[in-house]
Design a protein around this ligand. Structure first.
Ligand code: ZN
Length: 113
């Protein structure tokens, strides 16, 4: 990722990604905060990821509990799938952030100039 203030690169590591999954990062070179731009493509990726995880979970559930597949999924099931969705989404999101998204100066800083 390239810092929008000093234009130097820094890697998106897990320790850097974990506390800020929503894309706010502090540059290790100049210490300024910047945010990853939320593009339409990025939002589409998030939506597709979520749909795929829940879709796969529904299919697995239907296969595993053939006799009960018409019943409404329990709250516990939704919690389990949501936890799984987070586990699946974060590595993909981190990869996507590092690969495709660009850091931009925060809006507050832009207005201050
Ligand atoms: Zn910087």
């Amino acid at each position: 990722m390239t810092c929008p203030y000093c234009n130097r690169d820094f890697p998106l590591t897990w320790s850097r990604y974990a506390p800020s999954p929503f894309g706010r990062h502090t540059c290790p070179h100049c210490g300024k905060r910047s945010a990853l731009k939320a593009t339409l493509a990025y939002i589409a990726v998030l939506v597709i990821e979520t749909v795929v995880v829940y879709g796969v979970a529904l299919v697995i559930r239907a296969v595993a509990f053939l006799d009960r597949w018409r019943e409404r999924p329990s709250l516990l099931w939704f919690l389990e799938v949501s936890a799984l969705a987070f586990l699946v989404t974060f590595p993909i999101d981190r990869f996507y952030d590092a690969r495709f998204r660009k850091l931009q100066r925060s809006r507050r800083d832009t207005h201050a100039h």
